[in-house]
Design a protein around this ligand. Structure first.
Ligand code: HEM
Length: 788
């Protein structure tokens, strides 16, 4: 389509998109609200779509199929790469959308045939079967001794998949295979994949399509009682539908028929369990469940955006739309438009008009499977109310959603029941338990979540806050601490210092009960057993209050490096605990009214990295909030000197899309911290002038750091501040390790507009970065004083 001329946003300028990030799904709603208020029809060059956010506009476009065709609804958002294209061609992949991307008269013809086979009567007959399946899945989950589960994985994943496989007549023993194929379809069409990342998905799509062709051939040969067999019979009776079209319908239903319902069941239980009063109301009156499900579909639709293509010059809500333009209808936003729904940001199952949501689209393509989806969600709620009414969500605030343009799918819906032992003392980073901030603190939660997202994190484990809490309780120091802190004047430095010393002394000198001590030692031995020879570890504190969004509070706890035996590890874990009560931390909390109740500390114990170069990186420019840049601070040796501002690092600015260097300042890098094998510790040594004068890392390494930083930003859905290192013991190309990622708090907490107002236009000549040399990232933020 022609580039819009009357509406050109500054590329990379955050205000241009009102905070809208097309693929970020964890919390897109504030940006939707901003868009509705400021620019309800906005061209977004990143996805080449006009993004429509107001209810009336979204509905009107859905309704006007003659102007806005659905032919682009299934087009890949990112062009297929050459390898993926070849794999698909060679594999005979010729699938086309069953219905949603077809247009009249073809759409009308096929929909008529499919509707006949796809009767509510057919899936109504499935109801007892669905109920049985829900019952079996739930009972299996509830039988778990640890009394913990994940409603997405343990219930919502399998139930609708088995339903649609049964309906279609496909093999119900292959749930995982069909899920894998569907995930590939979602990622290949609506995901943000590189050419390389597309390759395995391309193979999956070939297999998926071949299975659809096989099902049609089988229905021809064997008949049977299935939707595919019905369509084949309809064809034989003279209905105008080809085998390729039947296979395409199959291809659509084997995706549409479960993917979105897995999300609906997950979201329904997630939202209802999070709103306990409404959950109880349903328990008292189950007839209200269907209305509650409509409210879930309004508040948190499985599909938040769907595409259309303008067939002629037209307008939406007063904005001119050129012929050929792509339009992205954000139903997730329309459903929260206060022009249609009162208090739209409130989840309320008694809302009178929730059914007016646009979660199933509107008009000629209105979702064919909506009743089946709602039926399954209703059964799921009924069965959970019967079998486990006391189910509780674990840390609902921490639930994240996968990146996608259209599908908003939670990564997990963790639950517990019957007073589960919800607070283990140890969690390895690669355990498959979802990270919980209150148990792991910010740093460990981030390490677990990055490890689980397959990012290159050095292995290790968290000593959780449960262990600290039990230590404080069992060693009897809790009351003493509270007494010492009561009425403390934060401005009385001498008094704060004295209190701090007494508390820290209590924490480091009281015996740790054997049971607690033993857990740590066992975990340490388990970590060591993963390596051929003993490895040194780092011990880092991970406070629960560390990453308060409005306070760069990091830096008030400790990191200890290069520890080589279990005694010193145990001792340094205690020192981390004690660092909760440094004078600075105490003063900070008192001055910021952060209560001490519930204050706790987890500790990360992690294989030490033998860093030759290390540093930090931010996915925006910390000097002005520009999100189109990645800024790297790097210096020789272990990163602690960069982090604590003890050296002036190299400061390099990269373009976030091209990953090219756009500005750089070589820092003084006068010293480096390196491991000393003999003393088992780190020593500081001077960097020779020759190495000081040149940049400490290559363009290729910078690109790798920037790529990982981008992945972290994508994973968390907001700008990140990462710590990384290049390990001297690992081969080039595989030696980048991620040590920490946390949300950038300084610019991210400001309204986008102020960030933008200080953002220089991207076509301005690159400014010399002198003056920022000393500032760089490390001086722009409050960072840890972490090297002791
Ligand atoms: C919560 C669950 C579901 C949601 C949110 C959902 C959503 C949607 C949406 C947004 C559309 C596009 C509407 C448009 O372009 O105007 C659609 C179309 C469609 N859906 Fe669903 N869907 C769900 C479940 C299902 C199920 C269970 C099935 C099948 C068993 C299904 C089959 C279809 C089909 C065949 C179409 C294409 C209709 C056409 O183009 O004529 N959907 N759905």
């Amino acid at each position: 389509m022609p580039a819009p001329t009357d509406h050109e946003p500054a590329v990379g300028c955050p205000v241009a998109h009102h905070g809208y990030e097309p693929f970020s799904m964890t919390d897109p709603f504030p940006a939707y609200a901003q868009l509705r208020a400021d620019e309800p029809v906005m061209y977004d060059e990143r996805v080449d779509c006009w993004v429509v956010t107001r209810y009336e506009d979204v509905k009107a476009v859905f309704d006007d199929w003659e102007t806005f065709s659905s032919e682009n609804a299934q087009a890949p958002v990112r062009e297929r790469g050459p390898q993926a294209r070849k794999i698909m061609e060679d594999g005979g992949f010729t699938a086309y959308s069953g219905l949603s991307a077809r247009i009249p008269p073809e759409h009308t013809r096929i929909r008529k045939v499919v509707s006949k086979a796809f009767t509510p009567r057919r899936y109504k007959a499935l109801e007892p079967f669905i109920r049985d399946n829900v019952d079996t899945q739930l009972r299996a989950m509830l039988a778990r001794p640890e009394r913990r589960g994940d409603l997405l994985r343990d219930l919502a994943y399998e139930v609708p998949t088995v339903t649609i496989l049964t309906l279609i007549g496909a093999d119900t023993g292959k749930v995982d295979t069909f899920k894998r194929w569907s995930d590939s379809r979602a990622a290949m069409t609506w995901g943000d994949l590189t050419d390389e990342e597309q390759i395995p998905h391309a193979h999956n799509l070939v297999e998926y399509w071949q299975e659809c062709l096989r099902l049609v051939a089988q229905a021809h040969a064997e008949g049977g009682d299935s939707l595919v067999a019905d369509l084949v019979r309809a064809q034989q009776d003279g209905d105008p539908i080809s085998d390729h079209e039947i296979a395409s319908v199959c291809y659509s239903l084997l995706f549409a028929g479960h993917e979105t319902t897995t999300t609906l069941i997950s979201n329904t239980l997630r939202l209802l369990l999070a709103h306990r009063d409404q959950w109880e109301a349903l328990a008292a009156d189950p007839k209200r469940i269907p209305a509650a499900i409509d409210e879930v579909l309004r508040f948190s639709p499985s599909i938040v955006g769907w595409r259309r293509k303008a067939l002629r010059n037209s307008e939406i809500g007063g904005t001119a739309i050129p012929e050929g333009a792509n339009v992205l209808l954000l139903m997730g936003s329309a459903n929260r438009d206060d022009a249609r729904f009162e208090d739209p940001e409130v989840f309320d199952i008694s809302r009178g008009n929730a059914r007016e949501h646009l979660a199933f689209g509107f008009g000629i393509h209105y979702c064919l499977g909506n009743m089946l989806a709602k039926l399954q969600a209703r059964i799921a709620v009924e069965q959970v109310l019967t079998l486990a009414p006391d189910l509780e969500l674990v840390d609902p605030e921490a639930i994240t959603f996968g990146d996608n343009l259209s599908f908003r799918v939670p990564d997990a819906v963790p639950v517990r029941w019957d007073g589960a032992d919800e607070r283990p003392y140890i969690q390895f980073f690669d355990d498959d338990t979802a990270p919980r901030h209150e148990l792991l603190g910010g740093k460990c939660a981030s390490l677990v979540s990055m490890t689980q997202a397959d990012m290159p994190v050095p292995p290790g484990f968290a000593v959780t806050t449960a262990l600290y809490d039990d230590f404080v309780a069992e060693s009897g120091i809790a009351d003493g601490i509270a007494r010492l802190l009561a009425d403390l004047d934060p401005d009385d430095v001498a008094q704060v210092d004295a209190v701090s010393a007494r508390i820290r002394d209590a924490i480091t000198s009281r015996p740790v009960p054997d049971r607690l001590r033993q857990s740590t030692i066992e975990a340490y031995e388990r970590l060591q057993s993963r390596f051929d020879e003993p490895v040194p570890v780092a011990v880092r504190s991970s406070a629960t209050a560390e990453d308060l969004p409005d306070a760069s509070f990091a830096g008030q706890q400790d990191t200890y490096l290069w520890l080589t035996d279990r005694e010193s590890v145990a001792e340094h874990i205690r020192r981390c605990w004690a660092s909760l009560y440094t004078s600075r931390a105490i003063t900070y909390r008192l001055k910021n009214d952060i209560p001490d109740e519930g204050l706790s500390m987890a500790v990360a114990v992690q294989k030490m990295v033998n860093a030759k170069v290390a540093g930090v990186a931010m996915t925006l420019d910390p000097t002005n909030g520009d999100r189109s840049k990645i800024v790297v601070d790097a210096s020789y040796g272990v990163g602690e000197m960069v982090v604590s501002g003890l050296v002036t690092p190299d400061n390099i600015v990269l373009d976030k899309v091209m990953l090219t260097v756009v500005a750089e300042t070589v820092g003084a890098k006068h010293a480096e911290l390196i491991p000393d094998a003999e003393s088992h510790s780190l020593i500081e040594r001077e960097v020779e002038p020759r190495r000081r004068e040149r940049r400490c890392m290559s363009d290729a390494d910078l690109r790798t750091v920037a790529t990982i930083a981008k992945r972290a930003e994508k994973h968390y859905g907001c700008p990140q501040d990462i710590e990384w290192a290049l390990d001297a013991d690992l081969p080039d190309g595989e030696n980048l390790l991620l040590l920490q990622s946390r949300p950038e708090t300084v610019w991210s907490s400001k309204p986008a507009v102020s960030a933008a107002s200080t953002t220089p236009p991207t076509d301005a000549p690159a400014k010399p970065r002198t003056g920022l040399v000393m500032s760089g990232i490390t001086k722009s933020m409050t960072r840890p004083q972490s090297h002791r």
